[in-house]
Write a protein that binds this ligand. Structure first.
Ligand code: GAL
Length: 331
């Protein structure tokens, strides 16, 4: 039987397209949401680095819904991704995604937030215990005595508990000495600004004097300042946050927030992209000298350093790094 040239040509083209596409390494990236400023930046830098390395990224955003995140993982795995990077919505639920990926022989990198109780392949984050310690250390230097409120991060995020450990490492000896009193201590349901507002309002209803507040991140701190403002307390209470969000940096220079913790996002995004490409190629990734217990096994890990930022150091850190523009902070 003679094959028509047009048929031959189109099947050759189909084969070329199939293998041509397949040759490009594809990384799946599962985002939680874009509620906090940094995540858009994480995504953009991650995608840019993967592209630079010759790969491509398929991105899905779960809008804070763990079930949706699972479905998105299933979809990406069915589409043939070579490695999976997850910012988990829920520290426990995401273990199912890791198990699913492994059925497809796809390795998983937990980005910024640790996924618990699973055979996770790699974890990249900042040293979150250190972030908590930086917050508490700074505030207790400027406010060594008084009533402290702890507005914790989302209960669905392992980082919230790491931060708390770091904060308590600094605070506990001062509590025992009787210098400070922790008058409020609650985790949030989510990282939403409204949660910061709700918890701070609750704290103020229970306590007449609060001298210092440690909010787990700047988004919660935004809610905290709203609750403080309603009681004419904004600018009168020491306040720590995390992320170097634009709003927080503006508050720092105008005296409505004491400090934040700056985490260079480019470092984590680039490192994660490099590792994701290594994982996708099936090779062993660079030897790591750190591992973190996720309840199931010791996960190879990279923990990057973060730094405290205040009014005096904002230009030398956040601005000098090109993270935020000076004219936007000092508007
Ligand atoms: C944490 C992260 C913080 C903050 C928060 C809310 O896991 O470490 O930087 O952005 O999520 O998204």
């Amino acid at each position: 039987m003679k094959i028509k040239p047009i048929l031959l040509l189109s099947s050759m083209l189909a084969l070329f397209l199939f293998y041509g596409c397949k040759e490009k390494t594809t990384i799946g990236l599962l985002m939680d949401n874009y509620e906090v400023e940094r995540w858009q930046r994480d995504k953009d830098l991650f995608v840019a680095r993967i592209n630079e390395l010759g790969g491509e990224v398929m991105v899905e955003v779960a809008n804070s819904n763990p079930r949706l995140q699972f479905e998105q993982a299933q979809k990406l795995l069915d589409q043939g991704i070579d490695a999976l990077v997850i910012i988990p919505v829920d520290l426990n639920d995401a273990a199912k995604i890791v198990a699913l990926a492994h059925k497809y022989k796809v390795r998983v990198l937990s980005y910024d937030r640790l996924i618990r109780n699973c055979r996770l392949d790699l974890y990249i984050s900042f040293d979150n215990v250190e972030v908590g310690a930086l917050q508490a250390d700074y505030l207790t230097k400027v406010c060594p005595r008084g009533n402290y409120a702890l507005i914790g991060g989302a209960v669905t995020d392992n980082n919230s508990f790491m931060l708390k450990i770091g904060q308590m490492n600094i605070l506990q000896p001062l509590v025992e000495r009787g210098d400070i009193r922790i008058v409020f201590d609650q985790f949030a349901d989510s990282w939403a600004e409204e949660e910061g507002y709700r918890l701070m309002k609750k704290c103020l209803e229970q306590n007449r004097t609060v001298d210092a507040v440690i909010a787990a991140n700047d988004n919660l701190a935004t809610g905290v300042t709203k609750a403080l403002k309603e009681m004419n307390l904004d600018g009168k209470v020491y306040l720590a946050g995390q992320d170097a969000d634009l709003l927080a940096c503006q508050r720092i220079v105008s005296g409505f927030q004491t400090m934040t913790v700056y985490k260079p996002i480019e470092a984590i995004a680039t490192k994660a992209a490099d590792f994701a490409m290594q994982m996708a190629s099936g090779e062993k990734f660079d030897k790591l000298n750190l591992s973190v217990n996720n309840g199931k096994h010791m996960v190879p890990a990279v923990l990057l350093p973060a730094m405290a930022v205040n009014k005096e150091t904002i230009k030398l850190t956040v601005v000098a790094d090109g993270y935020l523009k000076e004219n936007k902070i000092y508007k």
